[in-house]
Design a protein around this ligand. Structure first.
Ligand SMILES: Nc1ncnc2c1ncn2[C@@H]1O[C@H](COP(=O)(O)OP(=O)(O)OP(=O)(O)O)[C@@H](O)[C@H]1O
Ligand SMILES: [Mg+2]
Length: 264
């Protein structure tokens, strides 16, 4: 489903503050794979997702999605097939629009403007059914402006919106990091039901190593812009956080610095 080959991204090329954010990234994701991505601060995780989403155009290398080259395609032309969820719950939904208006926008993703029409009763029923499954009571709040919802409710709504039209690829960038522990757990459970169990091909960045080991089918670790570990399902069994730290040492030749990864 996703094929990344020899990918490089360099910021401020030729300047004193030149930064090689990604170097020689090679990655293949089969359809339905759910991959967790870990790595220290500045390892290149968000840059990788930004290159896949079209926010940054890579300096070298290619990205193919479902057989089609998308390396230099503008981000809005990828939006119909790639969905993204960020750390900040405020970014995934439109604050001043209601719950049902947000869902209607998601349902019409990729449609031409002139085809956009009023919300039908049939759609309202679909929204209510889908919202009920989140078990947050949002099915009774279709006409509530999203800005009145909690961070966790907004993030849950963003997840639902992302899957309303099945994406080819989902990119989740620490999407539970700014939630309180209980809400984060609930949103993680929803991630399992809406993405993992539905076999949506997903890359999920997390700074929580425990989470990275529990979720999905495969784990990759980035360090200084390179993939230094790629552990698939069989090999992941029996792996603990302590062993993961050991593997990091072995692969990078460095001690894992005392950053968010360890604190989590
Ligand atoms: N737009 C930019 N301009 C210049 N440098 C950038 C830009 N975006 C990222 N970088 C640099 O590229 C490197 C990788 O950053 P990136 O945001 O991908 O890290 P990350 O792995 O997501 O880290 P974190 O865990 O802190 O989110 C960092 O050194 C960062 O400072
Ligand atoms: Mg990041």
């Amino acid at each position: 489903m996703l094929h990344i080959s020899n990918l490089y991204k360099i910021f401020n090329y030729g300047e004193v503050n030149e930064k090689i954010a990604l170097q020689n990234i090679n990655l293949r994701l089969a359809a339905g794979e759910f991959v967790t991505v870990i790595g220290g601060n500045g390892a290149g995780k968000s840059t990788l997702l930004n290159c896949i989403a079209g926010v940054y155009i890579p300096d070298q290398g290619t990205i193919h999605l479902d057989g089609r080259e998308i390396t230099r395609l503008p981000d809005y032309q990828r939006a119909a097939s790639i969905c993204r969820i960020f750390q900040d719950p405020m970014t995934g939904t439109a604050a001043s629009m209601t719950v049902e208006e947000n869902l209607a926008l998601a349902l019409r993703r990729g449609m031409k403007r002139r085809l956009v029409r009023a919300i039908t009763e049939k759609e309202r029923k679909l929204f209510r059914d889908k919202l009920a499954r989140l078990e947050l009571g949002l099915e009774y709040r279709l006409t509530t402006p999203v800005k009145l919802l909690s961070g966790g409710q907004r993030q849950a709504l963003a997840l639902l919106m992302a899957t309303l039209v099945r994406p080819k690829l989902a990119l989740l960038d620490e999407h539970t990091a700014s939630l309180d522990p209980k809400t984060a757990l609930r949103v993680l459970e929803l991630t399992r039901t809406l993405f993992e169990k539905e076999n949506i091909t997903t890359l999920m960045i997390t700074h929580n190593m425990e989470q990275a080991l529990r979720m999905g089918t495969r784990l990759i670790m980035l360090h200084e812009g390179k993939i230094i570990l790629d552990v698939n399902d069989g090999e992941r069994e029996g792996l603990t956080v302590a062993k993961l730290i050991e593997l990091f040492h072995a692969a990078s030749g460095e001690k894992l610095q005392n950053d968010r990864l360890l604190l989590a």
